[in-house]
Ligand binder design. Structure first.
Ligand code: CA
Length: 226
């Protein structure tokens, strides 16, 4: 898989090790020895992924992370932390790093993480779902049936998204409950049936069947046929 990886790390020995190792794994590699030049390179050049050391002189790894998040939010960043720097790791993930590795790490582990992140980044983000004549916009949370705007509560929306994502499949009440309400919810509750009822009423059109089919003694299925 092609990809330009920018390594931002101040220890020349590690930079050298990463450059040679990642090239051997088929990546193109660029590097920067401090946070400032690293940020500049990441923003100026076409970089597919950044491997970022948190302990950097001058501009810290966290500052770099924040700058990249602002300017290139889709750019994946894998953070390197030293053993024991648990706080760094948590702060890094909070600040938007997509993954982290604790030193010392194996090169093949890093290469595998990079490949995984590049794969995710290459897939266009899913912004809408469609099941039959029901359209769900995941960004604006707008739902339409046959072009007609349907207003849903938050829970109704989450339930519909789950059903449409799994359209065509028979879903048990327990599955739906766990996915939408969480496992801690009382399995004896009839909340799934109640909310399916709400959804059906809101999706209802005079001349159309409901897209949510009851599967006797099991649960429900979102009918995907147009
Ligand atoms: Ca360092």
């Amino acid at each position: 898989m092609p990809g330009l990886v920018l390594v931002i790390e101040d220890e020349p020995g590690i930079v050298d090790f990463l450059e040679r190792g990642l090239r051997a794994h088929g990546f193109q590699v660029a590097s920067a020895l401090d946070g400032l030049s690293g940020t500049e390179k990441a923003l100026a050049e076409h970089v597919d992924l950044v491997v970022l050391d948190m302990m950097l002189p001058g501009r810290s790894g966290l500052d770099v992370l924040a700058a990249l998040r602002d300017a290139k939010p889709a750019l994946p960043v894998i953070v390197l932390t030293a053993l024991g720097e648990v706080e760094d790791r948590i702060v890094g993930l909070d600040a938007g790093a997509v993954d982290y590795l604790t030193k010392p790490f194996s090169l093949s582990e890093l290469a595998a993480r990079i490949r995984a992140q590049l794969r995710v980044a290459s897939q266009a983000p899913l912004t809408s779902l469609r099941g039959g004549d029901v359209e769900v916009n995941l960004l604006t949370r707008e739902v339409r049936r046959a072009g007609r705007l349907v207003r849903l509560s938050t829970t109704e929306f989450e339930l519909l998204v789950y059903l449409v994502r799994n359209r065509g499949a028979v879903l048990s009440r327990e599955q739906i409950l766990a996915a939408v309400w969480g496992y801690e919810y009382d399995p004896g509750t009839n909340v799934v049936d109640v909310y399916v009822g709400y959804l059906r009423r809101k999706l209802h059109d005079d001349d159309r069947r409901t897209p949510i089919v009851t599967v006797r003694s099991v649960g429900y299925r979102f009918d995907a046929t147009d």
